[in-house]
Design a protein around this ligand. Structure first.
Ligand SMILES: *[C@@H]1O[C@H](CO)[C@@H](O)[C@H](O)[C@H]1NC(C)=O
Length: 319
């Protein structure tokens, strides 16, 4: 890296969503409220799982980690987004921008791994229930979670180092509402072909391999469920994995619609709105799906509100 013939830019300018004044403030408030709901909802799940002993099982520990992942993911993106929306743009230090980009990708990868681990957990629970308690010990559980986090954060490490070694000599405008890989790379004046290929390769495999694994386990799970003779038995067994299946579908659905389906025809604003939906939908749906569909979480929620003395409406159907 030579520093004679260029000056490294120190800051980037996040353009954010370029929309008219009329909808800017309402949208800001709307996103702010969503942000607060996401943080509160996921923190509530973490709190419920850690505090109620009936939720001390692998499935809920994984869920807890997933919620934690969502909290960090959202906190990484939303403040800059909100600021840029409010002010019509936001300045960001180049290093922070690269770190934001890295965190975003690493957390997304960790989430893919966690979802795969969760489906493995459901697979063992449904396909070999007799061995479940020997297979999914607390130690194994902790190992799987640790591997997911370490895996997610080391896979993107190479990209982080490579991006840090690129030269950024301006322009410094990012036409997006956070530092995503491709808009960031566009700012570089070095040859970024290798970084781009490497990143695309990693992102692709980090999405596809866990997804293939999840699909594989669910095929086995569905086959096992179909073999159950009674229909109440089938329903009961399916209900233990339906929340997870919904979360998997939302997560991969939005991810694939955003990064795999080509959006050539879309304007940059529409593209931004699409990825905005992605960053909101998944973190928001996680607590909603689990609190609405999962009997045990509902029961704990009920107890929590009963303890604090406030009445909690009609979710009293748990068996
Ligand atoms: C993550 O999972 C581990 C082990 O399964 C659990 O002990 C821990 O409390 C969880 N951490 C968070 C933040 O959810």
């Amino acid at each position: 890296m030579s520093s004679e013939n260029y000056t490294r830019i120190a800051e980037v300018w996040i353009v954010g969503l370029q929309i008219s004044e009329v909808i800017r403030i309402p949208l800001f408030l709307f996103l702010l409220i969503l942000y607060i709901i996401i943080i509160l909802g996921n923190c509530l799940i973490i709190y419920l799982v850690l505090s109620s002993s009936c939720l001390h099982s692998p499935m809920y520990y994984f869920l807890c980690n997933l919620s934690f992942c969502e909290v960090v993911f959202t906190t990484n993106l939303k403040p800059v987004l909100l600021l840029s929306l409010l002010k019509g743009g936001a300045a960001m230090h180049l290093t922070n921008c690269i770190v934001q980009c890295y965190l975003c990708a690493s957390l997304a990868a960790t989430e893919c791994f966690l979802l795969a681990v969760m489906s493995y957990d459901r697979y063992i629970a449904i396909c070999s229930p007799l061995h479940y308690h020997f297979t999914m010990t607390l130690k194994k559980c902790l190992q799987l979670v640790t591997y997911s986090w370490i895996g997610g954060f080391t896979c993107m490490l190479a990209t982080l180092v490579l991006i840090f070694h690129l030269d950024f000599c301006g322009p410094h405008v990012i036409d997006h509402y956070f530092c995503d890989f491709s808009p960031l790379l566009e700012l570089s004046c070095s040859d970024f072909y290798f970084v781009k290929t490497e990143t695309t390769f990693f992102c692709f495999s980090l999405t596809i391999f866990p997804l293939t694994f999840v699909i594989g386990t669910y095929v086995c799970i569905i086959v096992a469920i179909l073999k159950i003779p009674s229909s109440t038995g089938r329903q009961k067994t399916f209900s233990t994995c339906s929340s997870h299946l919904s979360v998997v579908c939302t997560y991969y659905g939005t991810l694939i619609s955003l990064y795999v389906v080509p959006h050539r025809g879309l304007s940059s604003t529409n593209n931004k709105i699409l990825s905005l939906i992605y960053t909101v939908v998944t973190p928001l749906f996680n607590p909603i799906i689990y609190s609405l569909r999962n009997r045990e979480i509902r029961a704990s929620l009920h107890r929590l509100f009963a303890i604090t003395g406030r009445p909690f409406p009609t979710l009293n159907k748990d068996s």
